[in-house]
Design a protein around this ligand. Structure first.
Ligand code: PLP
Ligand code: SF4
Length: 359
C-alpha cells in the first residue's frame, strides 16, 4: 500500500526533464560545453523564446554543430528584414482560432503551443511558446465543433506546438471528441517529441493512443545524430501500438543541406521504423532566413537518394506555397519531355532513356 502511494507522487521522467529545461542566457552560460554571447541571446529570447531540455541539449557535441544550430538562439533571428510572420497565411484560412482548413477533406487543429524544444527555424515562431497564445480548452472545443459541422472533413491533423506536451488525459479528451464524429476517418498527430524528448513516449501514452485507431503519427527528425537509443525505443513503442510513423524534415542550411547527410538520415529513420514522408523547403518565415537553402539544394538531395538507396527512403520534396497555396512537390528532371506519345527520361545516373506509349 505504501509503495503504491509513493508511485503516484513520482513525477514522470519526461516532466522532470521538461522542468529542467534551459530557458535563459544565464542558465545556458553555465553549461561548460556552451560558449555563448549572453547579451545577444538575451535580446533574441525577448522575441522568440528558448527552451532546451537536458536530453536534447545532451545531443550537442560541438559548438555550431547541427544540433546546436537547431536549438541555440542566433542574433540573426532578430536582424531579419525580410520574411513573414505567417508565411502560409494560416491565420487567414482559419475559421476558428487554431484551426486551418485549407484542403478540401482535412484540417489542421493546433491543440498546444508548447514544444519540448523551440526550434529556431520554426514556421510558427509567431506563436509557439508565447504564453498568451496558448490554446484554451474553449478554443479547442470550437475547433471540434467546426469539424462536426463540416461533413467533408475526413482527416484531422493535431498539431501545435506539440500535441504530446499535453498530459495524457488532455490528449485523450480531444481524441475522444474527434472519434465521436462519424465522418472522421483518420486522425494524425504531428509531434517532434520522439526526436526532442523521446522519454515522453510512455507505455501509458501508447495504451491510450491505440484506442483511437486509425491513428497516424508524423514526427520530425532533421539529422542522423538525433537518432539515438532513446528515440529508437520511443518509435518502437509507438509502432508496436500499431501507429504508422512518418517523418517530416526541414531542409536547413548547415544542418542537413547535403545529400549524404540526408541519405543517412532517411536510412536510419527506417531502422527505427519511421517512413520518410516529406522534406520541406524552409518557409519564408521572418527570423529564419539564415537557415534557408536554395531550392536546387533540395533537388540535389532527392537526386542523391532516389535510386541510390532503398525506395522506402525517398520522401517528397515540398514547397509549401507562400500565401497558403498548399504543398507542392518538386521533382528532379526525370521527365525531360513528353509529346503525348514519346517520353524522354533521365535515370538516377543521369543516363537518357526513351519510352514510347504503345497505343
Ligand atoms: C500540411 C497540411 C495539411 C496536411 O497535408 P498532407 O499533404 O495531407 O499531409 C493539412 N492542412 C494544412 C493547413 C497543412 O499545412
Ligand atoms: S517542434 Fe515543431 S512547432 Fe515546435 S518549435 Fe519545433 S518546428 Fe516549431
Amino acid at each position: 500500500m505504501k509503495q503504491e502511494i509513493k508511485q503516484e507522487i513520482i513525477t514522470p521522467l519526461w516532466e522532470e526533464l521538461l522542468r529542467k529545461s534551459i530557458v535563459n542566457e544565464e542558465q545556458l552560460s553555465k553549461i561548460s560545453k556552451i560558449n555563448i554571447k549572453k547579451e545577444e541571446i538575451k535580446q533574441v529570447i525577448k522575441n522568440y523564446p528558448m527552451s532546451i531540455n537536458p536530453y536534447y541539449l545532451s545531443l550537442i557535441k560541438n559548438e555550431n554543430d547541427p544540433i546546436w544550430k537547431q536549438c541555440i538562439p542566433d542574433i540573426r533571428e532578430i536582424e531579419d528584414e525580410f520574411g513573414f510572420e505567417d508565411p502560409l497565411n494560416e491565420e487567414e484560412n482559419s475559421p476558428v482560432y487554431g484551426l486551418t482548413h485549407r484542403y478540401p477533406d482535412r484540417v489542421l487543429l493546433l491543440i498546444s503551443n508548447r514544444c519540448a524544444m523551440y526550434c529556431r527555424f520554426c514556421t510558427r515562431k509567431r506563436k509557439v511558446g508565447i504564453a498568451y497564445k496558448t490554446m484554451s480548452r474553449e478554443n479547442i472545443l470550437k475547433g471540434i465543433e467546426y469539424i462536426k459541422q463540416h461533413k467533408e472533413i475526413r482527416d484531422v491533423i493535431l498539431s501545435g506546438g506539440d500535441p504530446l506536451l499535453l498530459k495524457d488525459l488532455d490528449i485523450e479528451f480531444v481524441l475522444k471528441k474527434i472519434r465521436e464524429i462519424k465522418h472522421i476517418e483518420i486522425i494524425r498527430i504531428g509531434t517532434r517529441v520522439p526526436c526532442t524528448l523521446p522519454q515522453r513516449i510512455t507505455k501509458e501514452l501508447c495504451n491510450m493512443l491505440k484506442k483511437y485507431h486509425p491513428l497516424y503519427i508524423n514526427t520530425h527528425f532533421n539529422h542522423p545524430d538525433e537518432i539515438t537509443e532513446e528515440s529508437k525505443r520511443a518509435c518502437g513503442l509507438l509502432a508496436d501500438s500499431g501507429i504508422p510513423l512518418g517523418n517530416q524534415t526541414v531542409l536547413l542550411n548547415g544542418v542537413n543541406d547535403n545529400p549524404d547527410v540526408m541519405k543517412r538520415l532517411m536510412q536510419k529513420l527506417l531502422t527505427i521504423r519511421v517512413k520518410p514522408y516529406y522534406i520541406y523547403q524552409a518557409d519564408l518565415t521572418k527570423g529564419t532566413n539564415h537557415f534557408r537553402t536554395k531550392v536546387s539544394d533540395g533537388i540535389k538531395v532527392i537526386k542523391g537518394i532516389r535510386g541510390h538507396t532503398s525506395g522506402m527512403c525517398v520522401p517528397h520534396f515540398i514547397i509549401d506555397a507562400p500565401g497558403g497555396g498548399g504543398k507542392i512537390p518538386i521533382l528532379p528532371d526525370y521527365l525531360q519531355s513528353y509529346d503525348g506519345k514519346t517520353i524522354k527520361l533521365k535515370n538516377y545516373r543521369d543516363l537518357d532513356y526513351e519510352y514510347v506509349d504503345p497505343y
